[in-house]
Design a protein around this ligand. Structure first.
Ligand code: GDP
Ligand code: IMO
Ligand code: MG
Length: 432
């Protein structure tokens, strides 16, 4: 009865969607356990005729693309109902069967006032902004912690729903009108919006912790798919430049109701270089032609907001940190193909902070802001990797780069991505 976790080991967009999809046909359930439609996962699936289909998922677990695999939106997720049904309708229109989707009764709902508050708060913060996706994620998690949230189950009891929205709006309207100079919001308007999809949603709603418990008892395999990543986790990331949910293995338990003792494997997804979207520290960030080239070759533009991703070299202290925080048993190293064509490839092996060498993620935000990468250089290669299917197919320099990363990153590398396609993967150790 294995529960397997997939987490991002950097700042997101490592290729979690592709990894989830890759395992989809061998798992019974895929659970999204944190975040909401701030996530953006691009999955490329081959057609029998040799062409391929590209899907961009935000709220739905990537397992939705695999026939026979039940996708589950866990209690740790925040759900934008309009986006949920837009995404379902979009997939159905392309022939994907979404009818097995299950949504936790305890997941929270993103109300319109929280989308507004996300955007106006960012504007208000000016140069201190986080660079959020503007989807209402932070304010909705804040409401959850403040015990002022609206949950999926509230949509089926209009009296309770109205009371909750009234209570929330008492304060929100003061903030909207007096701090942000926006119009106040009517209770009726919000209740009506939230109820729009209630009847369509009702058959999908379940006690997902119980459902998952029973699945594991019955010997099914459950894959827990993180949105965002370790360095964006609200506790373990580069706070305050983080998202507002628990994107690490601990969050997989709280966000799904699966107990830690059930987890047998933790797969960390890590890019062969590093990217970040939004504000916040990023020691290996490049501001030169190399950064541009990584962005161009890697197609590093956000799936959700279209923003250019900040690009930099691989950061081993961060990979080690992610391995430690998540208990990574296996890394999937993605986008190795993007590094083709560099004479030599720099890797950050440690930091220099105020004149001292530091090998681990520093304790304080101040130190991390001062961290300068100490780089080691590895020999590059010129061969196109996209058709490599075994480790021996890789050029020797690429093999050595992978082995070097494995030595310094805190866990073994069990698969290597050489392209966006499902089949463009070199497997070293089976992931399930
Ligand atoms: P996620 O948020 O972690 O699921 O990652 P995203 O989907 O936002 O970003 C990863 C991007 O890289 C997507 O466009 C994928 O199709 C693509 N991708 C994933 N793995 C590989 C790989 O090994 N090589 C290349 N070239 N692209 C990849
Ligand atoms: P996936 O799942 C990359 C970043 C935003 C911003 C910060 C807070 O595709 O890896 P939020 O809207 O969550 O309050 O924004 O987090 N961010 C992501 N960056 N990939 C993501 O998801 C992200 N989700 C949020 O850019 O800096
Ligand atoms: Mg993404």
């Amino acid at each position: 009865m294995p529960a397997v976790v997939i987490v991002g080991a950097q700042w997101g967009d490592e290729g979690k969607g592709k990894a989830t999809d890759l395992l989809g046909s061998r798992v019974d359930k895929v659970v999204k356990f944190n975040g909401g439609n701030n996530a953006g996962h691009t999955v490329v699936i081959p057609n029998p005729d040799g062409t391929s289909e590209k899907y961009a998922l935000h709220l739905l677990p990537s397992g939705i693309l695999t026939p026979g695999c039940t996708p589950v939106i866990g209690n740790g997720v925040v759900v934008d109902l309009d986006v949920l049904f837009e995404e379902i309708d979009g997939l159905e229109a392309r022939g994907i069967d979404t009818s097995s989707l299950v949504v936790s009764a305890n997941a929270h709902v993103i109300a319109d006032y929280n989308r507004t508050l996300d955007k106006v708060t960012e504007r208000f913060l000016g140069s201190r902004k986080i660079g959020t996706t503007g989807r209402g994620i932070g304010p909705t998690y804040a409401d959850k912690m403040n015990r002022q949230g609206v949950r999926i189950q509230d949509l089926f009891d209009e009296k309770i729903l109205r009371e909750k929205v009234e209570a929330a709006l008492e304060l929100k309207n003061q903030i909207l009108t007096k701090v942000y100079n926006r119009r106040s919001v009517e209770v009726d308007e919000i209740v009506e919006q939230l109820l729009t999809h209630a009847e369509r949603l009702r058959p999908m709603v379940a006690d997902t912790p119980l459902l998952l418990h029973e699945a594991l008892q019955a010997g099914e395999t459950v894959l827990l798919e993180a949105g965002q990543a370790t360095l964006l986790d609200v506790d373990h990331g580069t706070y305050p430049f983080v998202t507002s949910s628990s994107a690490t293995t601990g969050g997989a338990c709280t966000g799904s109701g699966i107990a830690p003792t059930q987890i047998t494997r933790v797969i960390g997804i890590v890019k062969a270089y590093a990217t970040r979207v939004g504000e916040g520290p990023f020691p290996t960030e490049l501001f030169d032609e190399d950064g541009e080239r990584l962005r161009r070759n890697g197609g590093e533009f956000g799936t959700t907001t279209g923003r250019p991703r900040r690009c930099g070299w691989y950061d081993a202290p961060i990979a080690r940190y992610a391995a430690r925080i998540n208990g990574v048993t296996d890394f999937v190293l993605t986008k190795l193909d993007v590094l083709t064509g560099w004479d030599r490839i720099p890797v950050c092996v440690a930091y220099e902070i105020d004149g001292e060498r530091v090998d681990e993620m520093p304790m304080t935000q101040t130190d991390f802001h001062h961290a300068k990468p100490i780089l080691e250089y590895f020999e590059g290669w010129t061969e196109d990797l996209s058709d490599c299917r075994t480790f021996d197919d890789l050029p020797v320099a690429a093999q050595e780069y992978v082995r070097a990363l494995e030595r310094i990153s805190g866990s073994r590398i069990s698969a290597i991505g050489v392209g966006p396609g499902r089949e463009q993967t070199v497997v070293l150790h089976d992931l399930l």
